[in-house]
Design a protein around this ligand. Structure first.
Ligand code: NAD
Length: 232
């Protein structure tokens, strides 16, 4: 019995819900300049452009539905007799909408806004604008609650504690190109967890996993969850 399961998800788990991945051919980074829309410097230069980018992502995410992979992980959280910890790099809310109770959003959340002046957090309106004032302090310092490149991901201490105490670590739908998440499999291996990768194709990190399952998340994730819950 592998008691504690720690799962990392990336953009690939939401691809079949219609949300574009970043690095695949035709992905978001082939359409947008990362430096312009996903860095603090880009936001300082042109906040309207950055808000426009995330307003479009937010509208797409609202229109999307969880797929069979999100639903299978919510079932694993509900039915697994041990602990299941879900860490996602995704900023969409499809895990929650599939019924997952506890999700660590290490790169922030599209549906949340925050104030750079007083650090207040609130539910993001569908359209955020540079002129928006903070509902707490009134400053015009509001931004999407997204961790941009060059910023520190959320909950890193908690994540490290979970990974170093995992019995089983699974990475789902992530290319393994963005640190620190790309380093989690090394930490899990060092802690003697069994490591599993579920991805459409081999990733940069495939050689580091004990077990690999290639295919669509909507197929390989429910099959993996069924095997775990059946005890095999
Ligand atoms: P990525 O685009 O770098 O990699 C996606 C991976 O998913 C690839 O390895 C690809 O082969 C795989 N994949 C594509 N379709 C799949 C499918 N149907 N089933 C299984 N695997 C599939 O994304 P990443 O590794 O998550 O990159 C990290 C960054 O991307 C993070 O910063 C994250 O916040 C951001 N991101 C999030 C979203 C979202 O919230 N939905 C969307 C795009 C990017």
């Amino acid at each position: 019995m592998r008691n504690k399961i720690v799962i990392l998800t990336g953009a690939g788990i939401s691809a079949e819900s219609g949300l574009g991945t970043f690095r695949d051919a035709g992905g978001l980074w082939s359409q947008y300049d990362l430096e312009e829309v996903a860095t603090p410097e880009g936001f300082a230069r042109d906040p309207a452009k950055v808000h426009g980018f995330y307003n479009a992502r937010r509208a797409n995410a609202k229109a999307a539905e969880p797929n069979a992979a999100h639903i299978a992980l919510a079932r694993l959280e509900r039915d697994w007799p041990g602990q299941v910890v879900l860490i996602t790099q995704n900023i969409d809310d499809l895990h929650e909408r599939a019924g997952h109770q506890r999700v660590i959003h290490m790169h922030g959340e599209l549906m949340e806004a925050k104030c750079e002046a007083c650090d207040a957090h609130w539910e993001a309106p569908l359209q955020m604008l540079p002129a928006d004032a903070c509902p707490e302090c009134g400053e015009h310092a509001t931004r999407p609650d997204i961790v941009w490149f060059g910023e520190m991901p959320y909950d890193m201490d908690l994540i490290e504690q979970h990974i170093t105490s995992a019995d089983l670590f699974a990475s789902i739908g992530t290319s393994g190109q963005v640190f620190p998440a790309a380093g989690f499999v090394m930490q899990a291996n060092a802690a003697d967890a069994r490591t599993v990768e579920l991805n459409l194709e081999p990733s940069e990190l495939s050689g580091m996993f004990d077990e690999r399952h290639e295919g669509l998340a909507s197929e390989v994730v429910p099959a993996w969850v069924n095997r775990l819950l059946a005890g095999s």
